[in-house]
Design a protein around this ligand. Structure first.
Ligand SMILES: [Zn+2]
Length: 105
C-alpha cells in the first residue's frame, strides 16, 4: 500500500515538475524537505521511515534533475523519462517508442 502511494507520488511529482517552472520546482523541493523532516519526527518504525525517506529522496532527485534540465519527460505519455530523440526533435520514452514501432507499417 505504501509502495503504491510512493509510486503515485513519484508520478505526480514528475508530471507536475514536467509542467512546472523553476520557481515551482524550488517550491516542490522545499515542500519535500519539510515532508522529510516530518517523516523523521513522526514515524517511529525504522523500516517504514526508511522506505518513505527513500521515496521522498527519489522525488528530490527527479526534481533536481528537472531543474538542471537533465531530465526530459516523454511527449507521448508524459509519464516516463524520455530517452530517445525523434527525427522532429521531440523526445519520447522507450515504451512509447516500442508502441509506435509496433503500430508503424
Ligand atoms: Zn512515453
Amino acid at each position: 500500500m505504501e509502495k503504491r502511494i510512493a509510486d503515485l507520488e513519484e508520478r505526480v511529482a514528475k508530471l507536475e515538475a514536467a509542467a512546472g517552472t523553476a520557481a515551482f520546482l524550488k517550491e516542490q523541493l522545499q515542500l519535500l524537505e519539510v515532508r522529510k523532516r516530518r517523516v523523521e519526527m513522526r514515524i517511529t518504525d525504522p523500516e517504514a521511515r526508511q522506505r518513505i525517506l527513500v521515496a521522498l529522496e527519489k522525488q528530490v532527485q527527479i526534481l533536481q534533475q528537472l531543474k538542471a534540465g537533465q531530465l526530459r519527460m516523454c511527449v507521448a505519455c508524459e509519464e516516463k523519462e524520455a530517452t530517445l530523440e525523434l527525427d522532429d526533435g521531440k523526445f519520447i520514452c522507450e515504451t512509447c517508442a516500442q508502441i509506435q514501432g509496433e503500430l508503424a507499417p
